[in-house]
Design a protein. Structure first.
Length: 234
């Protein structure tokens, strides 16, 4: 995987407030660590970082140039996202060197189609591998073409690129191929599904009914309160 050059700035504000201000400025709070060095807090340009992750995946190698003159290579170790906005909240970056071996989780993609009337269960969508820090693959592939029901695909079946070694257990289950349910089997389970749906709906209605008096009381209480004073704008 080719490295992506990205600029960064030292970060001096910490805590939730500092992180929010960093994100409002269009940057992602991040920390560089590893090789026994003191962690370095930085801010990355959010749009450039997001574009690099979209292209190269979570194991994208970054050549980071900090405005204080620091130049390092780093791999994302942990990425925190906002599940609603789908934005990056914080990134932990692991310092690496050229020629250094690292162990990372790499996505596994299934290719091909299993035999007719089967279902594929993707049990593990990543595998732990060891590779040169500058040659981490963005994904691995394994074929399920024509695999019959009752068979399994394990980590040992995944073909690894040259220089990449499997760190996970070779027996790790990647995918299971099972027989697809027949129409008769689906019809037999339909009453159970309908009963579970009705029970869930009844429970939800009961919760709404219980919350209604509390909401009304809260609304009355709010009507009696004076509006809170706003601080004067500077």
């Amino acid at each position: 995987m080719s490295e992506v050059k990205i600029s960064a700035e030292p970060r001096t504000e910490f805590g939730k407030g500092g992180a929010r201000r960093t994100r409002r400025a269009g940057k992602v709070p991040a920390v560089l660590y590893g090789h026994g060095e003191k962690p370095k807090h930085i801010a990355l340009p959010a749009l450039e970082f997001a574009a690099a992750i979209r292209r190269g995946g979570a194991n994208q190698l970054f050549a980071i140039e900090v405005s204080d003159g620091t130049q390092v290579l780093a791999l994302p170790k942990a990425i925190q996202r906002d599940p609603i906005k789908d934005t990056f909240e914080h990134v932990d970056l692991l310092l690496v060197r050229r020629g250094e071996k690292v162990t990372v989780e790499v996505p596994v993609q299934l290719t091909g189609e299993a035999a007719k009337d089967t279902l594929i269960v993707h049990d593990h969508d990543t595998l732990s591998v060891t590779a040169d820090a500058t040659r981490v693959p963005d994904h691995l592939e394994v074929s399920v073409e024509g695999v019959e029901a009752g068979n399994q695909v394990t980590a040992a079946d995944v073909e690894l690129p040259q220089g990449v070694e499997l760190a996970a257990d070779a027996d790790t289950l990647v995918a299971s191929i099972t027989a697809a349910p027949t129409a008769e089997q689906l019809e037999a389970t339909l009453p159970e599904v309908e009963a579970a749906t009705e029970e869930a709906e009844a429970l939800a209605e009961g919760e709404e009914a219980a919350e209604a008096p509390e909401a009304a009381a809260a609304a009355e209480g709010e009507g009696e309160q004076e509006p809170a004073a706003k601080p004067a704008e500077a």
